[in-house]
Design a protein around this ligand. Structure first.
Ligand code: UGA
Length: 437
């Protein structure tokens, strides 16, 4: 196997996972960030994000001398012992004006390293960016002797390391096949199917995949509503559908809507991309609208469960929320549907006490203004008129439900993730409502 000298610019979820995993594959990796405190913490092996297996990989890479952290992209490119052969850009591409991705960070990194990149080096874009960004980056860079490659990342938060090291596929796009092959070779040990294509197609794969996943989830959420009206059970319906290999069993669990830092941003960006070429992407618009509606639908269900009627008042109602993050196994609160539902409940006058295994009463986040965060699930349940499961943390299943039944004021559970074992709950006296059953 070839050992490559790699620089990774940006140590967020994607950058840090990429750096640590490439080092674990044997490459020599220098990671750069603009945040001096973060670099100091990472150099001491403090990862700072909740991501299973990541801290261990970082510690291993640092101890083996294959992974290091430096302040600033220029320093990483300039001080790599031996010039870097591949430079990954893993920097934020937030939603900019009108829903397009804001590329200012990519641009400033390019400005910083332009003169420092050795001839023959390959710049790889791993961030999710609009089609045409590789071409634009190449123009900005203005170096014929440095190729720009698109190599989108498909990892999920909460299983980033696992996803990186066991990928379903590797996608590499570049108009120069030699550069694309060099990047693909970094992953050769993983034995994943590899799609070598042009840069625009590689860039589109990422949006196309995320938008399809969002569509699948909105479909499952709409189907759950239909199940309720028809007296069917969504779990059985999706299981029955899912055995069809063209459909698959996963990503069909209904919930309070899809969220996080990727799907909401990418679906909107894709709509914008479609608009820019006069394509009216109605299917995607409906996917987003269905998701926006889902939050309100969950609130309506809670109203009915607690007050017994549509439109019942939630003022002076105390709700114990279980889960705040956008999904389980992460501490990420960005665009969390749980927080969106909490905001609607608060607007409706409910008093909210919340517990989440990865959020503490000291956590600072604007979405938490609507809730009183406590560090103990039984405290969240104290005198509650209902318990609402908003994130699918597995440990909620094994809470002491008899104790909870004695702690709440009224034994009502609304499980927006269909996570809990309703037989167990009913046995101890809870009245349960889920989605689509
Ligand atoms: C998503 C994609 O799944 C990754 O493939 C992609 O690489 C990543 O975005 C990205 O663009 O970087 P992630 O945002 O980490 O990953 O989260 P997901 O696991 O996709 O979950 C998204 C939302 O869908 C969450 O709110 C989750 O709770 C919800 N969800 C997921 C459901 O409601 N039901 C399901 O069956 C699955």
């Amino acid at each position: 196997m070839f050992v490559r000298r790699v620089v990774v610019v940006g140590t967020g979820y994607v950058g840090l996972t990429t750096g640590a995993c490439l080092a674990s594959l044997g490459h020599r990796v220098v990671c750069a960030d603009v945040d001096a405190d973060k670099i100091a913490r990472l150099s001491r092996g403090e990862v700072g994000i909740l991501e299973p297996g990541l801290a261990e990989l970082v510690a291993e890479g640092v101890a083996a001398g294959r992974l290091s952290f430096v302040l600033g992209a220029a320093a990483a490119v300039g001080t790599h012992e031996g010039a870097p052969e591949v430079v990954f850009l893993c920097v934020p591409t937030p939603m900019g004006v009108g829903g397009t991705a804001d590329l200012s960070v990519v641009e400033s990194v390019i400005d910083e390293v332009r003169e420092l990149l050795p001839p023959g080096c390959v710049v790889v874009n791993k961030s999710t960016v609009p089609v045409g960004t590789a071409a634009r980056t190449s123009e900005l860079l203005g170096r014929d002797d440095v190729a720009v490659v698109s190599n989108p990342e498909f990892l999920r938060e909460g299983s980033a390391v696992e996803d990186f090291l066991n990928p379903d596929r590797i996608v590499v796009g570049c108009d120069r096949p030699d550069a694309a092959e060099r990047v693909a070779a970094l992953y050769a040990r993983l034995g994943a199917p590899t799609v070598l294509t042009d840069a625009a197609s590689a860039e589109l794969v990422k949006y196309a995949a995320n938008c399809f996943l969002a569509m699948k989830l909105s479909y499952a959420n709409a189907l759950a509503e239909l199940c309720e009206r028809l007296g069917a059970d969504i779990a059985d319906v999706t299981e029955g559908m899912g055995y069809d290999r063209r459909i698959g069993q996963v990503f069909l669990t209904p919930g309070p809507g899809w969220g996080g830092s990727c799907l909401p941003k990418d679906t909107r960006a894709m709509l914008q991309v479609a608009d820019s070429v006069d394509f009216e992407f109605r299917l995607l618009r409906a996917t987003i609208d269905t998701n926006d509606r889902q939050r309100q639908r969950v609130v309506d269900k809670i109203r009915i469960a607690v007050t017994g009627k549509r439109g019942g008042a939630l003022t002076r109602v105390r709700l114990g929320l279980l889960g705040l993050t956008f999904k389980a196994n992460t501490d990420d609160l960005r665009d969390s549907p749980a927080l969106a539902v909490a905001a609607l409940l608060r607007q409706a006058g409910a008093e909210l006490v919340a517990y989440d295994p990865s959020v503490s009463s000291d956590t600072v986040h604007p979405g938490l203004d609507a809730v009183n965060v406590v560090d103990d699930p039984y405290l969240a349940a104290k005198d509650a008129d209902a318990l609402i499961v908003l994130t699918e943390w597995p440990e909620f299943r094994t809470l002491d439900w008899s104790r909870l039944a004695e702690t709440v004021r009224r034994p009502i559970v609304v499980d927006t993730r269909n996570l809990l074992d309703t037989d167990v709950l009913r046995r101890v006296g809870f009245v349960c409502t889920g989605l689509g059953r």
